[in-house]
Design a protein around this ligand. Structure first.
Ligand code: ZN
Length: 352
């Protein structure tokens, strides 16, 4: 073969390729460690630097091509991938145990903005799963959680989610029956006592009370017409309310709203008795009706009769105590403390 530069014709190339087809290349399976020729080549190639232009050309030629296209054979591509994976696996990876700097992360994020990501192949997903198996997950940092929340709350994300979930069953959304079942179980657990059964169970007794008290504070100074949005609805509500309260002393309590699973004996008559027994004051803050009316800026809904042992069915007088609604809210927490507090005061009865 003459030395120097020569150019192969297309025909020449084809002939060579035909002759070589099926035959292994001369360096197949050889490495620089075991073969002199490969070693020599490797040494000769060391330090050769491609010019910027050459690099650009290679990159352009490879652009958007798969390894299969670049190497012109599926087997070769597979082999290369395997080799590459071996070289860069785990601790061998030049990036092992390293982290991107804040700057480069920002750059990557900027660069990928608006770009459509290719979905992972099923095999890739499986590999990720395999690699993660048995690994302890790091808890998310506060910052990461915040970012996730913000990302999930972006209107375009929410819209997409709603669109995606529209008319779909859980199985379709989560991709497998197993996952769907898990999600359902999780939800039913977290919703327990909130969204099942009767009106009372739906919110949980205490929560219902808390909410209705909060609502009453919000509704203060508003007419029913303002609250319900129409005169008819307001009239209807007033009529029902007055029916419920008919014949009862009801200037203190929200009679008959029916959120509370008390026994029938826990009526406004009993509440009035407890109120009078407790000298018409809140047994915690010791303020009387007039003072509380001034404080709460309203005439009604000032007092609650509280169950000292938190059992709403225990309507014995010694278990009941008159509280203003604000103090009653406070007794919702720290129950052991308050039970003890009231029990002691109930022994001395009305010494307050
Ligand atoms: Zn009070």
């Amino acid at each position: 073969m003459p030395s120097g530069i020569y150019i192969r014709t297309k025909q020449h190339n084809e002939n060579l390729s035909k002759a070589k087809k099926g035959k292994p290349t001369w360096n197949k399976g050889l490495t620089k460690e075991i073969d002199e020729r490969v070693k020599k080549l490797s040494i000769n190639r060391k330090g050769i630097k491609f010019t910027e232009e050459h690099k650009k050309n290679i990159s352009l030629g490879h652009k958007d091509k798969s390894w299969e296209q670049i190497m012109n054979s599926k087997e070769k591509a597979e082999e290369r991938k395997k080799r590459q994976s071996k070289i860069t696996k785990g601790e061998n990876n030049p990036f092992y145990n390293k982290k991107h700097t804040e700057k480069s992360r920002k750059q990557m994020s900027e660069a990928s903005k608006g770009k459509k990501k290719k979905p992972f192949t099923e095999e890739h997903c499986k590999n990720i799963g395999k690699a993660q198996k048995g690994k302890k997950k790091k808890p998310f940092t506060k910052e990461a959680k915040k970012n996730m929340r913000e990302a999930a709350n972006r209107p375009e994300v929410k819209r997409k989610q709603i669109e995606f979930r529209k008319d779909k069953s859980y199985e379709e959304i989560f991709g497998s029956e197993e996952k769907a079942q898990k999600v359902k179980e999780k939800q039913s657990k977290s919703h327990k006592g909130k969204h099942s059964g009767t009106h009372i169970e739906r919110y949980g007794e205490e929560r219902a009370k808390e909410i209705s008290e909060k609502i009453s504070i919000i509704r203060r100074d508003k007419t029913w017409e303002e609250i319900l949005g129409s005169k008819e609805k307001a009239d209807e509500r007033k009529r029902k309310q007055s029916e419920r309260q008919m014949g009862e002393k009801n200037w203190n309590w929200r009679g008959g709203i029916g959120l509370e699973p008390y026994g029938p004996e826990f009526n406004n008559t009993l509440k009035q008795e407890i109120f009078e027994r407790d000298h018409g004051i809140c047994r915690v803050c010791k303020l009387n009706k007039e003072q509380l009316q001034f404080l709460f800026k309203r005439d009604k809904w000032i007092f609650h009769v509280h169950h000292i042992d938190y059992n709403k069915k225990n309507n014995k007088e010694e278990n009941l105590i008159n509280l203003c609604i604000k103090c009653h809210l406070v007794t919702n927490g720290n129950r052991d403390y308050w039970e003890n507090y009231f029990s002691i005061r109930q022994i001395g009865a009305l010494a307050c």
